[in-house]
Design a protein around this ligand. Structure first.
Ligand code: AMP
Length: 397
C-alpha cells in the first residue's frame, strides 16, 4: 500500500512515498523556493541523494516534477503513479471541526477554508496541495491529517483563555495546539515502552518550532502552543509566551501595524531575536562556547521556559512517568536535554549524563536506573502517522 505524503507550505513542499503497511520509505524530498527560483532535494533510501536546481514557478509544477522523478527511468522508484493508492496531506489547522483524520470531500475542503483566519499562512497552501493532487491524480483518494486533531481531547479548563466566554462561542478563541501528529507518535511510542495504559507522559517537541504536550492515558490534556503556533516555548524566530501588554507597547514605540507586530514576534524574535546570531541553535551554542554573552542568555532562557512547562505539566498530571525529547533540538542536543533536566532530581527526574551524550538512531533511554521518571529520546515520524492514517481510511476503497 503506497501512500504519497504531502506537506505543502507557502513556498515549499515536503513529500514522502511510504509503504504504509511495512513503514518502508521509498523516497522523500523537499522542494523549496517555489515561485522564486526552485530547488528540489530528492532522496532514495539512505544513500542516494539528488539535487535539481531549475525554475519551479508554481506548486502544480513542483508536484508534477516530483511525480516525474518518482516514475522517471533514471530516478524511478515506481513504474507509474497508478501505484500510489492514496495521498495523505498534512493540514495545519482543523479547528474544532476535526478530531481525527478524514477522507477529503468538498465539505472537508470548505471547512479547512473556513479555518483560514486561524492559520492564514498554512491552510491556504495545504488546500492548494489537495486541489493540485485532485487535478493531477483524479482517481486517487486524498486524506487530511490535522496538526491540531490530537489536542482536541484537551479539557475546557486547559484550552480556554481567561477572556469573556463569548469570545470562545462567537469567535472560536481558544487554545488549539499544534505538532499534534508528532506528539501523538512520540507519546504512543512511549506508551508501548512503558507498557501501561494509565500513563503520564510529557513530550518536548523541540525543533525550529517547539511545543510541549502533557499526555495522560494516551490523550493530550494540555499543550504549550495556543490559538496559533506563536504561544509557549522560545523558538527559532518566535517569542513564545509574552505579556499581551507588550504588543500595544511595541506597536506604539516602533510604529508597527498589527501585521508588522505579528511578523516581529513570529519571525524576528525567539532564538534569533535574543542572540542576534541565528535562529539555528547550533550556531548559537557555538557562539556561546566562544564566549558570546547574549547566546549564553538565549540558551538559559530557552531551557528555563521548557523547564517551567515540564514542572507545570507534571503538577497538572500529579506526576510524570516519562519525559520524551524529539525533533531537531530534542533528538540532537545533549546540552539542551541536560540543562532542562538538571535540577529536577527533587521530582524524581534523573538524567544519566553518559547515556545522554551517546548519539544513536532510534528510541533510547537517557535516564538513570534509579530515576522515577524515565527520560527518552524518541525520533519523531509525522509522515509515518499520516501514511498510516491514510491507509486506515482508504484501504477498503
Ligand atoms: P527541526 O525543525 O525539527 O528540523 O529542528 C531544527 C532545529 O534543530 C534547528 O534550530 C537546529 O539548530 C536544531 N538542531 C539540529 N541539530 C542540533 C544539534 N546537534 N544541537 C543543537 N541544535 C540542533
Amino acid at each position: 500500500m503506497l501512500v504519497f505524503v504531502l506537506n505543502a507550505g507557502s513556498s515549499s513542499l515536503k513529500y514522502q512515498l511510504i509503504n504504509a503497511k511495512t513503514a518502508e520509505l521509498k523516497a522523500s524530498g523537499l522542494v523549496e523556493r517555489i515561485g522564486i527560483d526552485g530547488i528540489l532535494k530528492h532522496e532514495v533510501g539512505e544513500n542516494k541523494k539528488l539535487t535539481f536546481e531549475l525554475p519551479i514557478p508554481t506548486h502544480k509544477e513542483a508536484i508534477e516534477l516530483v511525480l516525474r522523478i518518482l516514475t522517471n527511468d533514471e530516478t524511478k522508484v515506481i513504474d507509474s503513479i497508478k501505484e500510489i493508492q492514496a495521498i495523505g496531506h498534512r493540514i495545519v489547522h482543523g479547528g474544532e471541526f476535526f478530531k481525527e483524520s478524514t477522507i477529503v470531500t468538498p465539505d472537508v475542503i470548505e471547512k479547512i477554508e473556513q479555518l483560514i483566519p486561524l492559520a492564514p499562512l498554512h491552510n491556504p497552501a495545504n488546500i492548494m496541495g489537495i486541489k493540485i493532487c485532485q487535478e493531477l491524480m483524479p482517481k486517487i483518494p486524498n486524506v487530511a491529517v490535522f496538526d491540531t486533531a490530537f489536542h482536541q481531547t484537551m479539557p475546557k479548563e486547559n484550552f480556554l483563555y481567561a477572556v469573556p466566554y463569548a469570545d470562545y462561542t462567537e469567535h472560536h478563541l481558544r487554545k488549539y495546539g499544534f505538532h499534534g501528529t508528532s506528539h501523538y507518535y512520540v507519546s504512543n511510542e512511549m506508551v508501548k515502552i512503558l507498557n501501561k495504559k494509565d500513563s503520564k507522559i510529557i513530550v518536548c517537541h523541540l525543533g525550529n518550532g517547539s511545543s510541549v504536550c502533557a499526555v495522560r492515558d494516551g490523550k493530550s490534556i494540555s499543550t504549550s502552543m495556543g490559538l496559533t503556533p506563536l504561544e509557549g516555548l522560545i523558538m527559532g524566530t518566535r517569542a513564545g509566551d509574552i505579556d499581551a501588554g507588550v504588543i500595544p507597547y511595541l506597536m506604539e514605540k516602533k510604529n508597527l501595524t498589527s501585521n508588522q507586530i505579528l511578523d516581529y514576534l513570529n519571525k524576528k524574535s525567539g532564538i534569533l531575536g535574543v542572540s542576534g546570531i541565528s535562529s539555528d541553535l547550533r550556531e548559537v551554542i557555538k557562539a556561546s562556547k566562544d564566549g558570546d554573552i547574549r547566546s549564553k542568555i538565549t540558551i538559559e532562557m530557552l531551557c528555563n521556559r521548557i523547564k517551567k512547562y515540564l514542572c507545570s505539566y507534571a503538577g497538572l498530571m500529579g506526576g510524570v512517568d516519562a519525559i520524551c525529547f524529539t525533533a531537531g533540538i530534542g533528538e540532537n542536543s545533549d546540552l539542551i536535554r541536560e540543562k532542562v533536566c538538571n535540577g529536577l532530581e527533587f521530582m524524581g527526574i534523573e538524567l544519566d549524563a553518559d547515556k545522554n551524550k551517546i548519539r544513536e538512531k532510534g528510541n533510547r533511554e537517557i535516564s538513570k536506573k534509579s530515576s522515577r521518571t524515565k527520560i527518552y529520546v524518541i525520533p519523531t515520524n509525522e509522515e509515518l502517522v499520516i501514511a498510516k492514517d491514510t491507509y486506515a481510511l482508504t484501504k477498503t476503497k
